[in-house]
Design a protein around this ligand. Structure first.
Ligand code: GDP
Ligand code: MG
Length: 230
């Protein structure tokens, strides 16, 4: 039976790490699948790491990783190198993506290499500014890269591990690892499918959204110019 590794980046999540991991365990148990949950942190300054460790002691399916190197991409790469299953599902600790995505993605990974959960056409409970910001980025990115997808955020994505591993050394250590992986895999003709997901994200982001905005455009242009010069 092929199992799934569920990867969650965590940063200062002491308020929700225990309850949300337990809800996820309950959901995954109800699916009757083989799985592991990897909580991957970068130097949280609250009790996240300690609580993550406690969760690993209480549940053999949970692993908790921690490094001081910054970035969600680093957290993802560390988790991939520890993942024992071929099917990888990426979620957020605030569980903003409807969990039905997990089952759909795991099934689709039998026949596809990357599953893009897209929030754009699903029910979105996010602030207007965040919806607009990601919409504009997606339109520009998709046009310039000639991609037909419309969600490049880390959560609600699923991958076959072998495909991600191919690009890990060439992707950034921040959130841009997602668009870079998708773009490279698309060019290499991997089987990518986009599905609609519902999203409820009304919590204040842990990211500095202004910094994140500049960062994403900078890396988008780097990706475009990098591919032009090849
Ligand atoms: N490992 C790691 N996780 C992070 C970092 N920043 C945010 N996260 C995690 O990324 C996920 C999404 O963060 P969130 O604040 O909800 O961002 P949003 O997508 O803007 O709503 C959560 O699980 C956070 O704990 C970081 O620097 N390192
Ligand atoms: Mg969030």
């Amino acid at each position: 039976m092929n199992g799934a590794s569920i990867i969650i980046p965590v940063y200062n999540e002491e308020d929700i790490i225990v309850s949300n991991t337990n809800s996820l365990i309950k959901y995954l148990n109800s699916l009757g699948i083989v799985y592991e949950i990897i909580l991957s942190g970068n130097g949280s300054t609250d009790k996240t790491d300690e609580l993550g460790k406690q969760l690993t002691e209480q549940n053999s399916e949970v692993k908790a990783l921690s490094t001081n190197e910054k970035g969600v991409g680093i957290a993802f790469k560390n988790a991939i190198s520890e993942a024992k299953y071929e099917k990888i599902v990426s979620l957020d600790m605030d569980m903003t993506v409807n969990l039905s995505f997990v089952k759909r993605a795991i099934d689709l990974l039998d026949t596809h290499d990357i599953i893009i959960g897209s929030k754009i056409f699903g029910v979105q409970r996010r602030s207007f500014v965040r919806k607009l910001g990601s919409r504009v980025f997606v339109i520009i990115a998709s046009m310039l890269l000639n991609l037909k997808f419309n969600d490049y955020s880390p959560s609600g994505k699923a991958y076959r591990k072998g495909v991600v591993q191919k690009y890990l050394n060439h992707t950034d250590n921040g959130t841009s690892y997602v668009i870079e992986t998708i773009y490279k895999a698309f060019k290499d003709n991997y089987r990518i499918i986009q599905i609609t997901i519902d999203c409820d994200d009304r919590r204040k982001s842990k990211f500095n959204l202004l910094h994140e905005g500049f960062y994403r455009y900078y890396h988008l242009f780097k990706l475009i110019f990098g591919s032009l010069s090849k």
